[in-house]
Design a protein around this ligand. Structure first.
Ligand SMILES: [Zn+2]
Length: 107
């Protein structure tokens, strides 16, 4: 059976992928929907840049992550702010909007 999720580079999800790299504040790896799953179609535009409402900083993510949001807007519970150097919640009550819009990330 083909796994529904992979890491961003297409490799299998590892048990330690959520470990934080102290140099960057980012996880060792991020889970995305598999390429096969993403190819089933998007329900939102593919957007790569979002703004953190608290610090106003923008962060740009990789294509596989952006496509996962476009395929399933509710897939993630949080995302990384490159300016704050840590993760915060997404969703209706979250702290991020797609850059240039008032649309919350994760909705
Ligand atoms: Zn921030």
């Amino acid at each position: 059976m083909t796994p529904k999720t992979t890491l961003t580079d297409g490799s299998p999800v590892t048990p330690d992928h959520r470990e934080i790299d102290p140099r960057t504040g980012m996880q060792k790896g991020y889970v995305v929907l598999s390429a096969e799953e993403r190819a089933k179609g998007f329900v939102r535009p593919v957007r790569r840049t979002y703004r953190h409402l608290k610090c106003k900083g923008v962060t740009t993510m990789g294509q596989a992550l952006a496509e996962t949001y476009a395929r399933d807007p509710y897939f993630y519970s949080g995302t990384f702010c490159a300016h704050c150097g840590t993760h915060f919640p997404v969703g209706e009550d979250g702290e991020f909007v797609w850059d240039g819009t008032d649309e919350k990330v994760g909705t």
